[in-house]
Design a protein around this ligand. Structure first.
Ligand SMILES: [Zn+2]
Ligand SMILES: [Zn+2]
Length: 320
């Protein structure tokens, strides 16, 4: 049974041509759908583990400047997701559990007509993830630095979720130079964390049955391009937060405090001069200007803004 698919990406010809008219998902409609989802997936909903798995060579992130970057990013993402989805444990599948290589799963690929970049078909990845989803897990989400496409009329996707199969996959390939014709990843550490954390939380919310939000600026807004995807808020709007709260039944105050502790701990790791992680020798021809989403300090600034918002929210809840 398929309960819909969700993707963030770009159509080839006309970015609006694929924008189908869908009704808003109100809290009442979400609550009804969650009732049926919990009935249908009762075993999965009883499991409190979100599993992640690298798809392809995620270790490429560790090349050059930071040998420990890949493990550091995984650990940071784990702590962040455990705060965002408070009550869930996050678990990275290891090589001992299962490995996912595009070649082994015979993933359909194509060469992008404009960039010349190799892209992989998300449907093949998700079908494989469905076959290896651990029995202890609620869902399984793949993370890759390779470029993905969902069907031939689509240019690319940042992420794709199948709530009916409880699988998803996210790619950070487009979070480098968006028009780059090579696969080198050049991005500041804080930007990578910001982008990866946002796309993961967005896709995992889909797996809990949340649809795109059209009510407020929200982490569940639909995005059609890199700038929209990166600039959306880190947090859920009141309606979407109520939905996630209904699914996970966490304490709102404890969740805000966990997110505050998480972001406090990571902003301390951002150096004054943001560290660049490079997978190759390519250098930026002209550094992005300070106000764009691609500026090296963009992620750091957004994390600091998020921290200030959380502090003020927690103070108000505690009536300080
Ligand atoms: Zn989405
Ligand atoms: Zn929302």
């Amino acid at each position: 049974m398929r309960l819909g698919t969700y993707r963030i990406g770009l159509m080839f010809q006309n970015a609006n041509s694929g924008r189908r008219r869908r009704r808003r998902q109100t809290f009442a409609s979400y609550s009804r759908s969650l009732f049926w989802r919990k009935l249908f997936y009762r075993r999965r909903y009883a499991r409190r583990v979100l599993s992640l798995v690298p798809v392809g060579e995620l270790d490429l992130l560790a090349a050059n400047s930071r040998d420990d970057a890949s493990e550091e990013i995984k650990g940071t993402i784990t702590r962040g997701l455990e705060a965002f989805f408070l009550g869930m444990n996050v678990d990275w599948m290891t090589a001992a559990d299962s490995t996912v290589s595009f070649r082994d799963i015979r993933c359909t690929k194509r060469t992008h007509s404009r960039t010349g970049r190799v892209q992989y078909l998300v449907g093949d990845v998700l079908a494989h993830l469905k076959s290896i989803i651990p029995s202890r897990s609620f869902c399984l989400v793949g993370v890759t630095i390779e470029d993905l496409f969902p069907s031939h009329e689509w240019n690319f996707v940042f992420g794709h979720a199948l709530p009916g199969d409880l699988t998803g996959v996210v790619s950070v390939a487009r979070y480098a130079n968006k028009e780059s014709n090579d696969s080198d990843l050049i991005v500041s550490f804080s930007n990578l964390l910001w982008r990866l954390f946002k796309v993961l939380t967005h896709e995992i919310c889909h797996l809990f049955g949340l649809k795109h939000c059209r009510m407020f600026p929200c982490a569940m807004n639909e995005s059609r391009n890199l700038e929209e995807a990166i600039s959306q808020p880190l947090f859920l709007c009141p309606v979407c937060l109520r939905k996630l709260h209904h699914a996970l039944e966490f304490s709102l105050l404890h969740r805000y405090q966990a997110l505050f502790e998480f972001i406090s701990s990571i902003v301390e790791t951002f150096d004054d001069e943001d560290i660049l992680i490079c997978t190759g020798t390519t250098e930026l021809e002209s550094p992005p200007t300070e106000n764009t989403v691609e500026a090296p300090g963009y992620g750091k600034r957004r994390f600091f803004e998020s921290l200030a918002w959380l502090k003020s929210t927690i103070d108000k809840i505690e009536n300080k």
